[in-house]
Design a protein. Structure first.
Length: 397
């Protein structure tokens, strides 16, 4: 007989995400001890537990994971949205001083408390859909003090709510106004000052490798500096053009390369060889009215893991719904239901370097669960603007 547990969820249908598919266990049960999954299996074989929760036949998945967000920011860019509706491109807005830099101005003016307060409603939306782990980037400060302020605010969000927060330093997001015309000088600041100061506050480092961001050479310097300081790397790559950013990221052993609409064969091969996850961001694809889709079939053929995230940000994906992101992934990118659900669980965990601790329902992993009022897991991808979450469990609570 298994060792008694603290809590047992029984009479459930499990989509464990273990293995290569949904890992379904009909008439299953999950037991936890000390916030960690202690046992998973058939309901008839369940161990004793101090607390027993009858799930009444509901589906249980791992807690959902949003592996690419910009939750912490100030200000609104609704006027830019109007401009894009009138035909002005994202690049034109950025080059005219809008885009990322308009959010930089608002974020620099906000206090750390302000940033926490304005981000909490966005975080609460994600939590309300079963998210138990979320990545939060900086990148709207672009000074040492303001980047660290954003990272501290992100850490405080995790303390204010029962959610696991992974912080990412994105100081190489845009060239700040005071460095206009001196991108190399700003990259010097990022590499020599901001990255070293962020050690202990940042769990990873990211950069925007793009024509309106940073060149491949500048990005290479940032990623090399991060690795030298013991920080894993990620990369915004091939969103608007192909600068071979994904292959560059892979050479640095990146956890993920994100966006990837313009990804090519060499980039895919490099990602496959390095184990770099392809994080797709259908919210940005939709909101900016892009037409070129990521090469999903080529990623499949190469065995590159595919994650899905909201990219929640004020300019190109003002969306705080992981379920909508999954639905968009199916509709826009032709992902299967299994790919979508694995994309917001185990593959999202891989994109954060957390696949050993979250993302599946298996013994030894965190007892992060989402319990759903659905008759089939496909409903989580099929329904639009619906939230069938019955209960969310974070670390067994």
């Amino acid at each position: 007989m298994p060792t008694p547990a603290d809590i047992l969820w029984r009479n459930a249908r499990l989509a464990t995400m273990a293995g290569d598919d949904l890992g379904v266990v009909e008439r299953g049960a999950v037991a936890a001890r000390g916030g960690t999954i202690a046992w998973v299996g058939a309901d008839a074989d369940a161990p004793d537990a101090a607390t027993i929760v009858d799930c009444d036949g509901r589906w249980i998945t791992p807690g959902l994971i949003d592996c690419h967000t910009h939750l912490v920011h100030a200000g609104s860019r609704a006027k830019e949205f109007e401009a894009r509706l009138d035909g002005v491109s994202y690049e034109e807005i950025a080059r005219a001083g809008g885009g990322i830099l308009s959010t930089v101005t608002a974020t620099r003016a906000a206090s750390e408390d302000d940033l926490v307060a304005t981000a909490l409603p966005r975080l609460d939306q994600l939590i309300g859909e079963g998210v138990t782990t979320v990545e939060i980037k900086s990148g709207y400060g672009l000074t040492l003090e303001d980047e660290l302020k954003m990272l501290r605010a992100a850490r405080r969000l995790g303390e204010a709510r029962g959610v696991r927060v992974r912080t990412t330093l994105l100081a190489a997001h845009a060239i700040p106004p005071e460095y206009r015309g001196d991108a190399e000088g700003y990259i010097d600041l990022v590499c020599n000052t901001i990255i070293p100061a962020a050690v202990g506050l940042a769990d990873a480092v990211d950069a925007f490798c793009e024509g309106i961001g940073f060149t491949a050479e500048q990005t290479d310097r940032v990623l090399a500096a991060a690795v030298a300081h013991g920080l894993p790397v990620k990369l915004h790559a091939e969103q608007l053009s192909n600068l071979s950013g994904a292959a560059l990221a892979a050479r640095h052993g990146a956890l993920s390369a994100d966006h990837l609409e313009h990804l090519d064969g060499p980039g895919i091969a490099a990602m496959a060889a390095s184990g770099t996850v392809a994080t797709l961001l259908p919210g940005a694809f939709y909101f900016t009215r892009e037409e070129r889709r990521p090469p999903v079939q080529a990623l499949r053929d190469a065995g590159v893991p595919i994650a899905i995230a909201t990219d929640c940000n004020p300019g190109t994906s003002p969306m705080a719904s992981i379920l909508l992101a999954a639905s968009m992934g199916a509709t826009f990118f032709r992902l299967t239901v299994t790919e979508c659900l694995r994309g917001i669980t185990i593959n999202a965990a891989r994109a954060l370097g957390l696949s050993g601790s979250v993302g599946t329902i298996e013994p030894g992993k965190a007892a992060d669960l989402a319990i759903w009022d659905v008759t089939d897991p496909a409903e989580l991808v099929y329904r639009i603007a619906a939230n069938p979450l019955h209960a969310r469990v974070f670390a067994g609570q």
